[in-house]
Design a protein around this ligand. Structure first.
Ligand SMILES: [Zn+2]
Ligand SMILES: [Zn+2]
Ligand SMILES: [Zn+2]
Length: 499
């Protein structure tokens, strides 16, 4: 609501040719001539808003005149301007056609709200409430705004009913909320938890922002509306404060949105295709607030959108980590353990050198290995990463002699083919094999990431490894690494692994 004067009477006063007797400024126009002299528009309006008891005659009412610095009544000041409303007889500024502003408002609002056709007592009361507010000029200004026009015309045409639901459906504006509050205050609308109302609008905006990606918006919308909103509406009762409940609902929806966005951006999958390995990868590679996706997962499990997923109740706050010497020992083991099958050794190296999650490793294709004059590269992110010379031979040998190349699975496109034709190795199967090699998966991956970011600028690591820059910067922060300190990937990876 604006609180400006009803009509733009206050034209710039400094540039005019008429001197106002009251404020002394040069006005472009004078509004009225009173015994004290010419009065500008602003002073006129102000004068017609002064009420009290006249010091000269004791008259109670409007005191537009001045006498020895005191406000005095019309007759004592000798003012002949008519200040009586033709409608209600009240002493006030004749705002329009001889009527005071309240009479004008009443007429205008009645004509748009049509409280008699068909008769609606609540609309009649709304008109009276609006007319009797402290600042009818504000209502008059607001009434002429586009938003108010839509609301009032809708109510008048009975297209908008006097319910919270109907108000919720309107474009959000301060005016709509102002009218809603008036209606609630005067018991025309029932009390409603304002936290719930705020939450509903927040959810709408949130989903609107996500709507460009349907695969993200859908599961979040279902969770937000069918779970949280329904629950909060049931909880909403007079006297009950939903502040804490709505705050936690917002947190859970926010975290769930981040998770589903991550699935979409990092793995190019929708939520129904999410697997346990994704959840574990997500939880282990970020802050503990990620744990808040639990309710979202549990609700969708019940709804049947996803299956066979679980969120561990408490995920370790401290990230598991192996020491760098242990990591180098494992790298060496992968290179030299010739009695072990090549596939877990190659996968193990990808994990220990590039910190890739297992779910991403099993999905690698042979085309992700790129031969260039200066060496063999592995394409994980946007910039292919050079495979260190010491291990590239193993990669070459492995390419020539991949397992599970039986009839029907010949020339599989997968780097780690499954025994089942056309499929890649199962995540759990590869995990078991890596554990047999002595690799603690999450700890190894965190140690690798930490080492990578301590020697390379985080953005370069992110580009080469296909991580989002955010994840890499988090690991860099963990390792307390300054962002500078550039050492080329080649230098780093060429260093002799210690055993
Ligand atoms: Zn003036
Ligand atoms: Zn008087
Ligand atoms: Zn009147």
């Amino acid at each position: 609501m604006t609180t400006t004067d009803p009509v733009p009477r206050g034209r710039p006063r400094s540039s005019g040719a008429h001197k106002c007797a009251r404020c002394g400024r040069m006005a472009a126009k004078i509004r009225v001539r009173w015994p004290e002299g010419a009065i500008c528009g602003i002073c006129f309006t102000n004068a017609l808003h002064i009420t009290g008891t006249c010091t000269l005659c004791g008259h109670e009412g409007l005191l537009p005149g001045r006498h020895d610095g005191a406000d005095v009544c019309r007759s004592c000041a000798g003012i002949s301007t008519n200040m009586t409303c033709d409608g209600c007889g009240v002493e006030a500024e004749r705002f329009r056609s001889g009527h005071c502003i309240r009479c004008v408002l009443h007429a205008d609002l009645s004509s748009v709200l049509q409280p008699h056709t068909p008769p609606d007592l609540r609309l009649k009361r709304l008109i009276n409430i609006l007319v009797e507010t402290d600042r009818p000029e504000s209502i008059y200004t607001w009434k002429r705004s586009k938003a108010a026009n839509g609301l009032l015309a809708g109510l008048g045409a009975r297209d908008i009913s006097l319910t919270h639901l109907a108000f919720d459906a309107l474009p959000q504006s301060k005016g709509v909320e102002f009218v809603r509050e008036l209606l609630v205050h005067h018991s025309i609308l029932p009390e409603r938890d304002r936290h719930l109302a705020t939450f509903e609008r927040w959810l709408d905006t949130r989903l609107e922002n996500l709507s460009t990606t349907a695969s993200v918006e859908r599961p979040i919308g279902q969770f937000g509306r069918w779970h949280h909103l329904r629950r909060l509406r049931t909880m909403s009762q007079p006297g009950k404060n939903l502040s804490a409940a709505t705050r936690s609902a917002k947190q859970e929806i926010t975290e769930a949105s981040k998770f589903v966005t991550w699935l979409h951006e990092e793995h190019r999958i929708g939520f129904p295709d999410c697997r346990q390995a994704h959840i574990e990868d997500y939880l282990s590679s970020g802050p503990s607030t990620r744990q808040l996706i639990r309710t979202f997962i549990v609700w969708h499990l019940k709804a049947g959108t996803v299956s066979r997923l679980a969120v561990p109740h408490r995920y370790s706050e401290r990230k598991p980590l192996i020491t760098q010497p242990r990591r180098l020992e494992l790298i060496n083991h992968c290179i030299t353990a010739t009695r072990v099958a090549k596939s877990p050794r190659v996968a193990g190296l990808i994990l220990l050198l590039y910190a890739q999650p297992i779910i991403k490793i099993v999905g690698l294709k042979t085309t992700d290995l790129i031969a260039r004059p200066d060496g063999l590269y592995l394409k994980l992110g946007t910039t292919p990463a050079l495979i260190p010379e010491q291990v590239s031979e193993l990669f070459w040998n492995y390419l020539r002699d991949r397992p599970n190349q039986q009839t029907g699975n010949k020339n599989s496109a997968w780097l780690f083919p499954s025994t089942i034709a056309g499929q890649h190795m199962h995540v759990d199967s590869l995990k078991d094999k890596l554990r047999t090699l002595g690799i603690d998966l999450a700890a190894a991956r965190n140690a690798t990431l930490r080492d990578l970011v301590s020697e390379l600028p985080p953005t370069l690591v992110a580009q080469a490894l296909g991580y989002s820059a955010k994840v890499i910067h988090l690991h860099a922060a963990d390792a307390a690494v300054p962002m500078a300190g550039y050492i080329s990937a080649k230098t780093h990876f060429s260093s002799e692994p210690r055993s």
